[in-house]
Design a protein around this ligand. Structure first.
Ligand SMILES: [Zn+2]
Length: 261
């Protein structure tokens, strides 16, 4: 059959390259994945292409975004994005006003790769970092959220040889995402060697790459220096003096005891 005699509804391309035509057809089909509308894979999670004459499927990059949203939902951060805003932060005391001003400044400029809030529990650290995350998401940056204790455990549970691929897949967003928020970082006073090793790999890589890393911790930066100097000194350098803030212990600053920040 020649192009001249082909029925009108069959394109030239189908005739010249039917395998590519099938790939395009598969790519054009809509999928049913939720949470994020991907123009590339049409919410299927797969992209089809020809390799050595055969159709192969590869994972669409939007799956990392979906994973990020899933993690934010599971941790509760997703629902907090519209609640824990800058406007909702109760800044009455001078120390609260300073934290709010610095967080807003960072959200707008992110002129250093690091932002650290440590110290007193219940002082609104997670609230402010959540508001920074929301601002960065609105600027189109991909944000990965990790609750340190929970998520590092999942990674360390995949340390066997057969888990290598899954381990690397879970590490990738920590290392490569444009923005990473590590919540409740290195909480235990004596983290295991494996946990410290993951912490170092993550912080060192992001330090070298200059990638935006937000960290909250119950510990001050000086306390973290005692826990792991190599990790804490890199965080301090990434933040500079402007964005490395530790709130001195003072129960009056705990909103869980005295009302919302
Ligand atoms: Zn996609």
């Amino acid at each position: 059959m020649t192009a001249q005699t082909a029925p009108a509804h069959i394109s030239d391309r189908e005739i010249t390259d039917p395998r590519q035509y099938l790939c395009d057809r598969h790519n054009a089909m809509p999928g049913s994945l939720q949470d994020y509308d991907c123009p590339v894979c049409k919410n299927k999670g797969w992209i089809y292409r020809l390799a050595d004459g055969a159709e192969v499927a590869r994972r669409c990059p939007c799956m990392d975004v979906r994973e990020s949203i899933r993690r934010m939902k599971r941790s509760g951060l997703y629902n907090k994005l519209n609640v824990q805003t800058f406007d909702a932060f109760h800044a009455v005391e001078p120390w609260q006003q300073t934290l709010l001003r610095k967080a807003k400044q960072y959200a707008e400029r992110h002129d250093r790769p690091g932002f650290f809030l440590g110290g007193q529990q219940g002082s609104g650290k997670t609230h402010l970092c959540t508001a920074v995350c929301a601002a960065l998401l609105r600027q189109g940056l991909s944000v990965q959220y990790f609750v340190w204790e929970t998520d590092v455990k999942e990674i360390l549970n995949r340390s066997g040889i057969s888990d290598r691929e899954e381990h690397d897949r879970r590490m990738r967003p920590l290392l490569e995402s444009a923005v990473l928020y590590l919540d409740d970082f290195l909480r235990k006073p004596n983290p295991t060697q494996s946990e410290r090793s993951v912490a170092f790999d993550v912080i060192n890589r992001r330090y070298n790459d200059g990638k935006i890393t937000l960290v909250t911790s119950e510990h001050s930066i000086d306390e973290l220096m005692n826990t792991d100097e190599a990790v804490a000194s890199r965080i301090r350098e990434m933040c500079g003096a402007a964005y490395c803030m530790s709130i001195a212990p003072d129960r009056r600053k705990n909103y869980r005891l005295h009302g919302k920040p």
